[in-house]
Every structure is written in structure tokens, then in C-alpha cells.
Design a protein around this ligand. Structure first.
Ligand code: TRP
Length: 340
């Protein structure tokens, strides 16, 4: 039997190329090899956006449309929304009871996020507990493998410690989830910083070909190359050449590098080539997304179907967990908490 993979993404609205190379490209591949559960981590979005909730449901729809258009196939994987599964919250409650605060406070990912979010008040219990909720996401449907980037490893390690503690206190039950470290390509934004919605430097999957071309034209190249006749240096090229590396075969890269170093072409030519490749790579995506936008019911149907498949697994886990915690006593005259 194929192992079970669980992974989530916070709803940030339309996705960009950074999301594609960081997460989605792997997910699309994994759905052919494993039993995959992919969910919208909308409760996790609240850990930082608790004061800005107006967009969460639209952001969810936009993101799921991007997932489907890029190639996640609901026939091959389960797609659902975290907040549709109340058992996630229930397991989260139990896990918070056994997680020492010191484990959470020393978590490097937590400390880094606090630094990154400077100026935003996220000194909340919910934010500190981010990895506890993430652990509930993973172990509730009995996830075995978690595809994560290296920055998320401390969260997962913490999850494994929580699982060990649960098993120690209540008897062996959960398997420790393992990281599935996938080849991740960090993509730079058009200004050379990490590609991010909040920096305004992202190329979105759903950008039109014209917008993609405009954005590629703004990308930073080798600052020392002033004129087309100056020879270029691909190592000093800040964004265009590194992005070519994500889109271009090794042979073509050698050719592109040669043309740059010999000043056989200018940065504008190189950018035109890159824009062509990006636009071309998204041709199928554009077509599928266009269809999905015309049929908004599809997203709801996919989420409903995913929920339908995943929730029974979650309920079974919670039933066992309640028994382990001695909570499972049926009130008289009732048929158990599921039936209420
Ligand atoms: N923390 C992940 C992120 O920032 C999202 C996430 C929430 C997740 N729960 C998860 C990822 C469970 C993997 C498994 O992208």
C-alpha cells in the first residue's frame, strides 16, 4: 500500500511561481506515487491574520482553483479544508494539554517568524501553538509522510516529539510522521528578494502573458552590464539567469550563458526568451483556470468530496483517542458524540 502523505497550504489567494516551485510542483508529482491528502490550512491563516478575515474565503477559492488548474487531480488525491473538520480542533485541544511551552518557545521556525513579522502583534497563544495545530493536521488522518521545505523541519520535529509524548502517556497509538524532503527551488522575486506576495515582487500563475512579460522586463540583471555591447556575467546576474535555471534545460543554459558572456545578445533578448518560456509553461494552466472560473461550483464540489472521504478517517482516530483519554463514555440515551 502506498504511504499516506499529508500537507497543507495557508490560503493566500492567487499563487505565484514561488509557490509553484516550492510546493505545488512536488504535490503534483506526489499524487502519482502516494495516497495524498492536501488541505487548505485556513485556521493556520488565522494565526497571523486574525484581524483581517474578510478575504479568507475568497483566498481559499482562488488557491484551490490554482491547485486544480496546475494539475492536482481530485481523482488522485484528496483536497479539503481544515476548518471543515472539527476533529482537527478537538485533537489540537488534547495535544495542547501535553505540549510543554518551552518546546514551542525554542522552536527556530517560531523565532524566525516572530522576527519576520516584526511590527505585527502575533504574541498570541494561537501563534505559539502553530506547530501543535500542524501536528493535529498530520496525525489526525494518520499521515506518514509530510512534504516540507527545510524551513518547516523544526515544526515537524516538534510534531514528532509531541507524538512520542502522546504515545508515552496514553499508550502507543500514533506513528511518528516523517519528513519528505523534496527538491525545492527557491525562486527570486523580480526585485531579487525572496518571491512573496507581501513584497509585491511576485509573478502569479494566473498573470496574463502581457503581465508576465512586463514583470520579466523589470527583473534585475547584472548591474555592471550597462550596454548591450558590454560582456555579461551570469554569476552576477541577479534574477534573470537564476530564473532561467528553473525553466531551461542544461544544454540551453550553456547556450544562453555563452551568448551573455560574449555579448552576442543583450539582457532584453535574454528576458524575452525567459518570458516566452514562462508564458509557454503556463499555457495549460491558463486554459484550465479559465474553465474553472466559468464553473465556480467545481471548487465547492471538490472540497465537499474531499471532506466526505477524509472525515471518516478523522472520526475514527478521534474515537480511539477519546477512549485512550478515558473520555469516551456515551451519555445515556445518546448514540455517541458522532450522532448528536
Ligand atoms: N505550515 C505550513 C506552511 O506554512 C502549512 C501547514 C499547516 C502544513 N499544516 C500543515 C504543512 C501540515 C504540512 C502539514 O506552509
Amino acid at each position: 500500500m502506498a504511504k499516506r502523505v499529508v500537507s497543507g497550504q495557508r490560503p493566500t489567494g492567487r499563487l505565484h511561481l514561488g509557490h509553484y516551485f516550492g510546493t505545488l510542483k512536488n504535490w503534483v508529482r506526489l499524487q502519482d506515487e502516494y495516497e495524498c491528502l492536501f488541505f487548505v490550512a485556513d485556521w493556520h491563516a488565522l494565526t497571523t491574520k486574525y484581524d483581517d478575515v474578510a478575504g479568507i474565503s475568497d483566498d481559499t477559492r482562488e488557491m484551490v482553483m490554482d491547485w486544480l488548474a496546475i494539475g492536482l487531480d481530485p481523482k488522485k488525491c484528496f483536497i479539503y479544508k481544515q476548518s471543515d473538520i472539527p476533529e482537527v480542533a478537538e485533537l489540537y485541544v488534547y495535544l495542547t494539554m501535553i505540549t510543554p511551552i518551552s518546546w514551542l518557545e525554542r522552536n527556530p521556525t517560531y523565532k524566525e517568524m516572530l522576527r519576520e513579522m516584526e511590527g505585527k502583534d502575533i504574541q498570541t497563544a494561537g501563534f505559539l501553538n502553530y506547530p501543535v495545530l500542524q501536528t493535529a493536521d498530520i496525525i489526525l488522518p494518520r499521515g506518514e509522510l509530510v512534504p516540507v521545505g527545510e524551513d518547516q523541519l523544526p515544526h515537524l520535529e516538534l510534531g514528532r516529539e509531541i507524538v512520542r509524548r502522546f504515545n508515552y502517556l496514553y499508550g502507543d497509538y500514533f506513528a511518528e510522521p516523517q519528513a519528505l524532503l523534496s527538491p525545492v527551488k527557491r525562486l527570486l522575486g523580480i526585485d531579487g528578494r525572496k518571491m512573496s506576495k507581501s513584497y509585491g515582487n511576485a509573478i502569479y500563475l494566473s498573470d496574463t502573458p502581457d503581465v508576465i512579460r512586463q514583470k520579466v522586463n523589470q527583473m534585475v540583471t547584472d548591474p555592471a552590464r550597462m550596454k548591450k555591447t558590454d560582456v555579461g556575467n551570469t554569476e552576477a546576474c541577479m534574477v534573470v539567469f537564476p530564473t532561467h535555471q528553473a525553466y531551461t534545460s542544461a544544454d540551453d543554459l550553456v547556450e544562453i550563458e555563452g551568448k551573455c558572456r560574449e555579448a552576442a545578445w543583450g539582457c532584453m533578448d535574454c528576458k524575452r526568451e525567459l518570458a516566452d518560456r514562462i508564458v509557454e509553461s503556463l499555457a495549460d494552466f491558463r486554459e484550465k483556470r479559465y474553465q474553472l472560473e466559468k464553473e465556480p461550483g467545481v471548487v465547492d464540489e471538490v472540497l465537499r468530496e474531499g471532506l466526505h472521504q477524509v472525515r471518516p478517517i478523522c472520526r475514527a482516530t478521534i474515537k480511539d483517542v477519546r477512549e485512550k483519554l478515558n473520555l469516551y463514555e456515551e451519555p445515556k440515551g445518546m448514540k455517541g458524540h458522532e450522532a448528536i
